[in-house]
Design a protein around this ligand. Structure first.
Ligand SMILES: [Zn+2]
Length: 320
């Protein structure tokens, strides 16, 4: 991955905004993509840095400022941005023609002054989904993360993008599979044309899970809500990668208990392969958010009291 650094934002933070880009996606001049770290931004602990989620942040002004900083880092603060209410599902949402609630100002019933601009939080309910697909240009797709995997899709032939959110629940429901399927159905994409980046997220090193999680992947039990689509169950089971890791990695003894860990990166990579994406078109960031709390927010490592970093994806206007 290539690290980029924005010019320091005067008076807001001495730590500049930093974001990562996939090398294989940088070869496409029509594509805009950025996976932000927590560096820069003005949120205070426990969300210190570039937090874009209101969940654990006591300052909505800081969240709004951080969103603006992320857009400014790309020089795209005038573009509309679409987002969704991420619910750990395999639901996809199609952005076509109609304007969506703007990520920059999608919080109900508030008006804020940020950097001299008035932002009005709209009371419109957000769409619930975990992937956004579009062929619209000059619209940013935005999602937020802290351990769950960002999946960035680009079809250079059809000029279509998709951004997905894959935590363990979404992965167990097959979000990578449903995203590729929707790209085929709605835009006629060929999976072999797709270029995909699997962003930073919790690694197998840090992702201890319990037995019921494995049961859900293997179809031995079912979610109480949003059940796995019956025709995806075999593929999800086939994709699942778990490993047994000694509970204490420093001092391995014969009596050491083995812990079940989920490999979210590899499981999602396998779903992409099963969906027909070429191995050479998939890049994995290979950065564990729980191992790198100085760079990323980590829900697991920070015990739920943390922020979310943004991922932005867009197509530039024609001919730009
Ligand atoms: Zn780790």
């Amino acid at each position: 991955m290539i690290e980029q650094q924005a010019a320091p934002a005067g008076g807001i933070s001495s730590d500049p905004v930093r974001y990562l880009q996939f090398e294989h996606l940088l070869q496409f001049p029509n594509l805009v993509h950025a996976i932000f770290t927590r560096h820069g931004g003005c949120s205070q602990p426990p969300c210190a840095g570039l937090n874009v989620s209101a969940k654990e942040d006591s300052s909505p002004e800081a969240v709004a400022t951080n969103r603006l900083l992320a857009l400014q880092a790309l020089g795209l603060e005038s573009w509309p941005c679409a987002t969704v209410w991420q619910i750990h599902s395999a639901e996809v949402a199609l952005l076509e023609g109609d304007r969506w609630e703007d990520w920059l100002a999608d919080w109900p019933y508030r008006a804020l002054q940020v950097a001299g601009r008035e932002l009005v939080w709209t009371p419109r309910p957000r769409r619930k989904a975990d992937a956004i697909l579009t062929a619209e240009r000059s619209v940013l797709l935005a999602m937020s993360f802290a351990d769950c995997l960002p999946l960035l899709f680009y079809d250079p032939r059809r000029q279509v993008i998709a951004l997905a959110h894959a935590g363990w629940r979404g992965t167990a429901r097959g979000i990578a599979l449903t995203t590729v399927e929707a790209l085929q159905q709605h835009f006629g994409c060929q999976p072999t044309d797709l270029q995909v980046g699997i962003g930073p997220g919790i690694g197998v090193c840090c992702y201890a899970v319990d037995e019921p999680v494995r049961d859900l992947f293997y179809g031995r039990s079912e979610f109480a809500e949003l059940p796995v689509r019956p025709d995806l169950r075999n593929l999800v089971a086939e994709s699942a990668v778990f490993s047994l890791v000694p509970a204490s990695q420093e001092a391995l003894t014969a009596s050491d208990e083995l812990q079940l860990h989920l490999d979210l990166w590899e499981t999602n990579r396998r779903q992409l392969l099963l969906a027909g994406v070429r191995a050479e078109h998939i890049a994995i960031a290979g950065l564990c958010t729980a191992c790198h709390q100085e760079d990323f927010f980590s829900y697991r490592a920070e015990r739920g009291r943390t922020g979310r970093f943004p991922v932005l994806l867009a197509l530039r206007p024609d001919g730009a």
